[in-house]
Design a protein around this ligand. Sequence first.
Ligand code: EPU
Length: 341
Amino acid sequence: MQLSEHVTLAPYTTFGIGGPARWFGEAATESDILAGVAFAQERGLPLFVMGGGSNLLVSDAGFPGLVLRIGLKGIERHEEGIFAVAAGEDWDCFVSETVAGEYAGLECLAGIPGSVGGTPVQNVGAYGQEVSQTIVGVRALDLHSGAFVDLPASTCGFAYRRSIFNGAERGRYIVSRVMYKLRRYLEPLISYSDLKRYFQDWASLPTLTDVAVAVREIRRSKGMLLVDGDPDCASAGSFFKNPVVPDAVLARVAAHSQGPVPRYDAGPGLNKIPAAWLLEHAGFSKGYARARAGISSRHTLALINRGGASAAEVLALRDEIVDRVQSRYGIRLEPEPVFVG
Ligand code: EPU
């Protein structure tokens, strides 16, 4: 594996923001991952493992250590609908392949930017599906033991946008392969209101392909599909998680609002409130701009790089939003992207 010095990271991220990595390498094999880790350890350098760059905000100063980009490729189809997919495969291409083969389970996750290896880390989810429903195992380098391990899904600690990989064991594992179990010829999942609306006038049952097409269209309409050269979607997807709050906090939000507060059940006495709704009701509308950062004109949760934005400008916008939502509703929004450097 070749390592380069002072590589600007902005082009490797969907935000298009970020300064240089002191060292940068792209791992094509598990041996390359081991070599990258050894290189960083021998020099006492911090290590950052990068996937598709779709959920990152890299600082303007860049990263002082080694950025190891995971480029492992390969999709193996095993018996009983098991797909073993290398971490560097493009997520949306993999989804397209499964849908074309009439395998159900990922059709609602079409159009999500990024790579396969990132999906278990933040338990990627959309339109009623989450990868935790189909992942059966994750292969990863365990930095504690220095060996690759095969982790069954039950040990991955999956929850809403959470896993051991970004939670309890953050920094311990480097994902090299993910195993999904999909089912053939199953009816597509149409549970989310946007999808139900899309298909309400259809006389026949939509196919998996129809659902994947619909999801991509809905994502495009919300600025959540990457379109080359369109700054309105130069983002890291949803910038904030949807907060989960107890009934008392929901009642407080309702007391400060005219009309009903949208909510989803999140367990006994708990409510998930759309962060986008909180932003809008705190006065941040679509198209809001602050210097070269801003909010997409199509979805309030997509903070965007309007052209040449610095990470500092995005962070200033983040702080303005977090502070105002906190003072208005007493809810502290948690960002979803990973901050690097
Ligand atoms: N809303 C607004 N303004 C907007 C958009 C939405 O007020 O501009 C309110 C509305 O009340 C709407 C509600 O927010 O009904 C929910 O909006 P939406 O259906 O667009 O979903 P979301 O909660 O904003 C979540 C995920 C997305 C995922 C969609 C679809 C999070 C943080 N985001 O968004 O995931 O694609 O549901 O399932 O959970 C991502 O994580 O990066 C991501 C894009």
